[in-house]
Design a protein around this ligand. Sequence first.
Ligand code: BV8
Ligand code: ZN
Length: 245
Amino acid sequence: MRNLEDIKQALANTQHLVVFTGAGVSAESGVPTFRDALTGLWENFDPEALATPEAFEQDPAFVWGWYEWRRKLLLKVQPNPAHLAIVELAKRVPKFTLITQNVDDLHERAGSTDVLHLHGSLFTPRCFDCGNAYQFTAAPQHSVEQAITPPQCVSCSGYIRPGVVWFGESLPEAEFKTAFEAAQSCDLLLSIGTSGAVYPAAQIPEIAVRNNATVVHVNPQKIPTTLKKEYSLQGAAGEILPLLL
Ligand code: BV8
Ligand code: ZN
């Protein structure tokens, strides 16, 4: 189709490619996306209510249990062809920036480097009170219980919290600034597997569009495209991205 040829042309000519990913890029690895993360034990809870500092303060063991359940799941899955195609794309363009909203480590495990995590990571826990970094010592407890009491900080005995950005918390300054600048200076941005529901991360593709870059949405859902240089490639990332290579 016209789109695919135009996009391949844009890829061949790009000087600075930005890839912006959401939970959809990990879906084919078997990681539920954020809004359907709550399968099994967690199906009656709203992630936007659980992914907040208030929820953690109210019931640290319940919230920590949810994140340990997600970390345990991640230790069992592998990067998928979408992650691998992104590693390959990075090698073929003069300048490349990878920005992710995901808190998993599948981009890194696929071989991507300098990944900008706008919403933090499941693998960088820290003390809720003093911010002291915490090293995971063991794999997540395999209890099927929902609640797991979080470990305590060695220096202030505060509770250890997940290293993610919760709703109401600000994004990491450096990562967001670098991502914002890349979106402003790129000539092509691939937005892969995101519903664009969460701000300010969802501004990234909008900034690229405003700076007259070509923007391509890869998603099984049709993403409404308003501008001349905005395309929607409907389909799964694990199938579409290898085609672009
Ligand atoms: C902040 C980490 C202020 C935690 C996450 C009202 C209006 C507008 C904004 C707000 C509002 N009320 C509050 C806000 C602000 C709020 C916000 O945007 N809320 C939304 C819900 C309206 N934002 C914040 O609170 C942010 N902070 O604003 O701070 C501030 C400022 C200064 C000083 C102090 C404070 C912080 C937001 C970060 C929240 N943390 N994650 C955790 O993971 O537990 S966000 C979380 O949801 C994910 O990280 C992800 O980024 C986001 C969306 O999740 P999903 O929907 O699952 O994933 P995605 O959107 O990527 O959707 C999946 C997509 O994949 C779908 O489109 C699907 O079709 C597609 N797909 C499926 N399969 C495939 C596929 N695509 C390709 N291939 C496939 N195979
Ligand atoms: Zn502490």
